[in-house]
Design a protein around this ligand. Structure first.
Ligand SMILES: [Zn+2]
Length: 357
C-alpha cells in the first residue's frame, strides 16, 4: 500500500513538472538550469525512497504460517530427550524475546518453543537474513550439490547447520545460543515447506496467482493473493487442520505417522537430502498438480513479481487453479512434511544437547 501511495505522489510530481513545461511548450527555456537540477534531484530521491519501500513491502516467503511452525515445534517437543528439553527450556527462559518486539503470530503463545518458532520471521527485516529462510533451486534442476544454489548471503540449509553448531557450543554466549536455537526451530520448519526448496523465476511461487477453491486470485500492487506460496504456507494447512489448534494437530500427526517416525529417526540428520525431498514435492505436487501446468522457466534473477517481463501478471493471465482435487493431493504431503520437520528438529536438538567431544 505504502509504495502505491508513493507511486501516486511520484506521478503527481512528474505530471506537475511536465505540466508546467508543456504549457510553455519549451521545458528547457521555462526552467533555468538550477531549478531543473533541483527538480531532478527531488524526483530521483523520491524514486529511490519508493524503491526502498517497494523492497520492504515485497511479497515475503515466510514458510508455514503461524500454525504450521507452532505445530512443528510442539511435535518436536514430544520427542526431545530430557537433556535436550532442559537445554531448550534454560536457553529460552534465560534469554527471553524482547517484549517490545511486534509479534506477527501474537504474544500470547504459552509454550516457549512454539513461541520461539515464529520469532525469526518477526526479525527478518531488522536482521536482514531473508535468504536464510529458503534456497532457490530452479524447478528444472538435476539433483546434485546444494551449495551451488546457496547465495553469498546464505540459505536455509547453511543456516540450519551453522545455527545448530552455535546451539551445541556450550561456551557460546547464551543470548546468541538462544537466538540460534530459535533460528533452528524455525528453519527446520521452513526447509520442509516444498516451496522453500524450489523456484520457477517466481520467488518460490509468491508470483504465481492461483484461483483456490472459490477464491479468485487478485493483484495488489505487485503481489498476488492467493498465490501458490501462500497456499502452502497457510491456506491448505489450515483447511487440513479442520479447526484443530497446533497442539492438537501435533498430536494427530504424531499418531498418524507413528510407524514412519522410527524410519526417519534411523535415517539420521541429512539436511541436504531433506531439501531435495522438498524440491521433489514442489515438482510433483506444488507445481505439478496445478491446472494448467506452468512451463519450466529459463533461470533469471527475479527480485519482485514485476521482474522478468512482469512474471506475476503474465501468470495471472494463465488463470491457474487449485481446486478440491489439488487440496486432496497437497494435504498428505503437507502433513508428512510438518511431521518430518518436527521429528528431525528434535533429532537436531537432541544431538546439540549431547556434551561436545
Ligand atoms: Zn521463514
Amino acid at each position: 500500500m505504502l509504495w502505491l501511495l508513493f507511486g501516486l505522489l511520484f506521478l503527481v510530481i512528474v505530471a506537475c513538472c511536465f505540466g508546467c513545461c508543456c504549457e510553455e511548450g519549451n521545458y528547457r527555456s521555462y526552467l533555468d538550469a538550477g531549478v531543473e537540477i533541483q527538480l531532478m534531484r527531488i524526483v530521483f530521491a523520491l524514486s529511490t525512497f519508493g524503491l526502498l519501500l517497494l523492497s520492504l513491502t515485497a511479497p515475503n516467503a515466510n514458510a508455514w504460517g503461524c500454525k504450521g511452525h507452532q505445530t512443528v515445534a510442539l511435535l518436536a517437543e514430544k520427542h526431545l530427550t530430557p537433556e535436550a528439553k532442559k537445554m531448550v527450556d534454560a536457553l529460552l527462559s534465560g534469554n527471553p524475546i524482547d517484549p517490545k518486539l511486534k509479534r506477527y503470530c501474537g504474544d500470547s503463545v504459552r509454550d516457549a518453543m512454539a513461541d520461539a518458532s515464529t520469532w525469526p520471521d518477526d526479525v527478518r527485516n531488522e536482521r536482514k537474513n531473508g535468504p536464510w529462510h529458503y534456497i532457490d533451486i530452479p524447478l528444472g534442476a538435476e539433483r546434485g550439490s546444494v551449495e551451488q544454489y546457496c547465495g553469498a548471503e546464505g540459505c536455509v540449509t547453511k543456516a540450519i547447520t551453522e545455527n545448530a553448531a552455535i546451539v551445541q557450543d556450550q561456551n557460546a554466549d547464551p543470548a546468541k545460543r538462544a537466538d540460534a536455537l530459535r533460528y533452528v526451530i524455525h528453519f527446520v520448519g521452513d526447509l520442509h515447506q516444498p516451496l522453500h526448496g524450489a523456484t520457477n523465476n517466481d520467488q518460490g511461487g509468491n508470483c504465481v496467482p492461483v484461483n483456490y477453491l472459490r477464491r479468485q486470485a487478485r493483484e495488489n500492487g505487485n503481489s498476488f493473493s492467493p498465490n501458490l506460496h501462500s497456499l502452502w504456507d497457510t491456506a491448505i494447512v489450515e483447511r487440513d487442520m479442520e479447526g484443530a489448534d497446533p497442539a492438537e494437530f501435533a498430536e494427530t500427526l504424531d499418531a498418524l505417522f507413528t510407524r514412519k517416525i522410527a524410519d526417519w529417526q534411523k535415517a539420521g540428520i541429512h539436511v541436504d537430502d531433506w531439501i531435495w525431498e522438498s524440491h521433489a514435492y514442489a515438482v510433483s505436487t506444488a507445481y505439478g498438480a496445478l491446472m494448467p501446468k506452468i512451463p519450466v522457466a529459463a533461470s533469471v534473477t527475479v527480485h519482485s513479481c514485476a521482474d522478468d517481463n512482469n512474471v506475476g501478471e503474465r501468470l495471472l493471465r494463465l488463470h491457474v487453479a487449485a481446486g478440491a482435487a489439488y487440496q486432496e493431493l497437497a494435504s498428505p504431503v503437507i502433513e508428512e512434511r510438518i511431521a518430518q520437520a518436527g521429528i528431525r528438529l528434535a533429532m537436531i536438538l537432541n544431538e546439540a544437547a549431547k556434551p561436545m567431544p
